[in-house]
Design a protein around this ligand. Structure first.
Ligand SMILES: NC(=O)c1ccc[n+]([C@@H]2O[C@H](COP(=O)([O-])OP(=O)(O)OC[C@H]3O[C@@H](n4cnc5c(N)ncnc54)[C@H](OP(=O)(O)O)[C@@H]3O)[C@@H](O)[C@H]2O)c1
Length: 259
């Protein structure tokens, strides 16, 4: 019989049953893979991103896997819209158990290209948008004295590289913020906080890059083989499956081909 640690597969799949889990950036890549993996646990998923058609398509798949799904189309950089989105979710479910703060973008460029609109957008989505989502769950999680917030940072939140400056800055901020959130919220309010730091993952993330020199560098053979997004989904699942008194603070998941 398959066991996960000392738990049978039947118990393992019931561990998260009916939990209300918000996944931002669910319309592709890591967010989509996470929603599909968590759906097998018969949870109640709230799928957030801007591309509603993709979310609706995913919601159907999630329902076919035995989970419930609610679609909320929102730009997480829009503070008022995010507040309204979380209000809608809370009115519907009365609680949020887990926030997977995953939405982000990476239009990286060399600083002297002065792609200031792209700098702004990364700060607005990767950092400020993530914080708006924290604000969306914090009061209710504090009141229920339970919850789990998973922030998706990056290995780019641990080490810098030329061309990644502003993306690095946003992800370093998310990593620092996550540790501060854990210290402030976990011991006193029983809100667990995990930061996930992926290396290269095969998703749409590089599609927003407009700097031709970065694109040229990316097109050179490097030996780096990005991993599939479900590898990150499994790390998220691992953090979520711990007993209530166990907080997984930080998980780095990289391709074995990455330095
Ligand atoms: N792929 C990697 O190698 C890698 C490595 C380390 C960390 N990460 C991090 O992983 C997270 C997920 O990225 P991914 O790799 O899965 O890339 P992806 O496939 O491009 O997914 C990004 C997601 O974020 C959403 N998003 C972007 N801007 C948004 C906005 N303003 N409002 C709401 N949602 C928005 C996108 O949905 P819509 O466009 O529909 O809004 C999409 O669902 C990001 O935070 C990224 O920084 C990725």
């Amino acid at each position: 019989m398959f066991v996960y640690g000392t738990i049978s597969i039947e118990t393992y799949l019931l561990f998260m049953k009916d939990k209300v889990i918000v996944v931002t950036g669910a319309s592709s890549g890591i967010g989509e893979a996470t929603a599909l993996l968590l759906a097998k646990h018969h949870v109640q998923l709230v799928l957030m991103a801007r591309r509603e058609d993709r979310l609706n398509f995913l919601a159907e798949k999630v329902r076919n896997l035995g989970a419930k799904a609610m679609v909320v189309a929102v730009d997480i950089a829009d503070r008022a819209a995010v507040a309204k989105a979380f209000e809608t979710v809370l009115n519907h479910f009365q609680r949020i158990d887990v926030l997977i703060n995953n939405a982000g973008l990476m239009p990286i460029s060399f600083l002297d290209k002065l792609k200031i609109d792209e700098w702004d957008r990364m700060i607005d989505v990767n950092l400020k948008g993530l914080l708006y989502c924290v604000a969306g769950v914090l009061p209710s999680m504090k009141e229920q004295q339970s919850g789990h917030i998973i922030n998706v940072s990056s290995v780019a939140g641990r080490r810098v590289a030329p061309g990644f400056a502003v993306y690095n800055a946003t992800k370093f901020a998310v990593t620092a913020l996550s540790e501060a959130m854990r210290m402030e919220l976990t011991p006193t309010s029983n809100i667990r906080v995990t930061v996930i730091e992926p290396g290269a993952v095969a998703t749409e993330l590089t599609l927003t890059i407009t700097d031709v020199d970065i694109l040229k560098a990316f097109s050179q053979p490097s030996g780096l083989k990005p991993i599939q997004p479900d590898a990150i989904a499994r790390a998220i699942e691992y953090a979520l499956l711990q007993p209530e008194n166990v907080n997984i603070s930080e998980v780095v998941v990289m391709p074995s081909s990455e330095r």
